[in-house]
Ligand binder design. Structure first.
Ligand SMILES: [Zn+2]
Length: 162
């Protein structure tokens, strides 16, 4: 190495590396550890251990997967409420549930769009998703408009990754 790196030689290098693979900005790291911003930038692009970067990305995917899980559970509860409201002819409640379901689906579509870029995750062909998709479309059968919107949202999410 022709030039020594002040970050590599820093006694708290491990902490700095972890901060850099997280959300910390070069500037905040530089001022926090009393090194130059240029040194941080150079260190970040040349010396950051690949293992750390990969680990951080894996963590991100796991976090998104968990979020997806939660939204799917939320959606299932919403659909249960919708079914119950339909049975008891509480149409106002049913309409609220549909609005909630649409919100959940928008969120799902966003999550799926983001996750679909990742080679390790393909939720669109997972049995859980296909089952949920069938449940959603089935539950919305009596509500043509909502059903159409939902199907468009789902197809949009699918196409985004194609
Ligand atoms: Zn370095």
């Amino acid at each position: 190495m022709p030039r020594s790196c002040t970050v590599c030689e820093h006694p708290e290098r491990g902490t700095i590396d972890r901060a850099l693979v997280g959300d910390a900005s070069n500037r905040s790291v530089a001022s926090l550890y009393d090194v130059s911003e240029a040194a941080v930038r150079r260190h970040k692009s040349n010396h950051l251990p690949a293992k750390l970067v990969v680990a951080a990305q894996a963590e991100e995917v796991a976090g998104a997967d968990n979020l997806l899980d939660q939204v799917q559970h939320l959606q299932q509860s919403t659909l249960d409420i919708l079914a119950e409201a339909e049975r008891s002819k509480q149409y106002r409640t049913a309409l609220s549930a549909i609005r909630e379901a649409r919100g959940n689906l928008e969120l799902l579509a966003k999550l799926l769009g983001e996750l679909d870029d990742r080679p390790t995750v393909n939720v669109l062909i997972s049995p859980e998703w296909l089952e949920l998709r069938a449940a959603i479309v089935g539950a919305l059968e009596p509500y043509t408009d909502a059903r159409g919107a939902v199907l468009r949202a789902i197809e949009g999410a699918g196409n985004a990754g194609a």
